[in-house]
Design a binder for this molecule. Structure first.
Ligand SMILES: CC(C)(COP(=O)(O)OP(=O)(O)OC[C@H]1O[C@@H](n2cnc3c(N)ncnc32)[C@H](O)[C@@H]1OP(=O)(O)O)[C@@H](O)C(=O)NCCC(=O)NCCS
Length: 163
């Protein structure tokens, strides 16, 4: 049983910070290295950073499986498209259609806002997630590189799902 609930309290932000710490370190150290992950966790996924992003228009939602918090998503309406900024599920809970349920939820949000697409960026070497996104109807529209400071870049593909 999958439940999706909006993150709106300090304890929600702290729960997401904890999930990010576990998921990102397990998943990304082999892809971009520990220094970049430590930097990104602090800059983008601390409870404080999440609170600031929400004040800037992002919405965070927690994903629960049988009432256990197992992941989270973040979205923002950028005017043309709904940008899926984060989608993360604990490794032990992948392949249970939690990502799919989250994406259906995001699609409903996009349609309710009269947006015609969902956009995301994914690391070029994050092959399993790229395959999952393709299964979920996203198309790779090409590379995108973003400088995130401290000498680090995000070397990604941009993927779009037309609704
Ligand atoms: C990407 C992610 C959110 C997908 O969530 P999930 O709950 O594991 O995915 P689901 O079980 O809902 O699967 C969705 C679809 O993708 C497919 N899929 C999932 N993982 C796959 C893989 N490794 N290879 C091929 N297909 C895959 C599933 O078969 C399913 O397709 P179907 O409905 O046609 O059968 C999750 O795997 C994850 O958190 N990965 C690590 C973190 C990450 O990289 N996040 C994305 C950052 S950009």
């Amino acid at each position: 049983m999958i439940k999706i609930s909006k993150a709106e309290t300090e304890s929600d932000y702290q729960a997401i910070e904890q999930l990010a710490y576990v998921i990102w370190r397990a998943h990304y150290i082999s892809i971009v290295g520990k220094p970049q992950i430590d930097y990104m966790l602090d800059k983008f996924q601390s409870a404080k950073a999440i609170k600031e992003q929400i004040a800037d228009g992002f919405e965070y939602f927690m994903l629960a499986y049988n009432d256990k918090p197992v992941g989270y998503i973040a979205i923002i309406n950028d005017g043309d498209t709904l940008f899926l900024s984060k989608i993360y599920v604990l490794s032990a809970y992948r392949g249970k259609k939690i990502g799919k349920a989250a994406l259906q939820f995001v699609e409903e949000k996009a349609k309710a806002a009269n947006l015609k697409s969902i956009t995301l960026t994914v690391n070029k070497n994050n092959q399993n997630s790229i395959k999952a996104y393709e299964k979920l109807g996203f198309e790779n529209v090409g590379p995108t590189v973003k400088d995130i400071g401290n000498g680090f870049i995000m070397d990604d593909y941009k993927m779009v799902k037309v609704l």
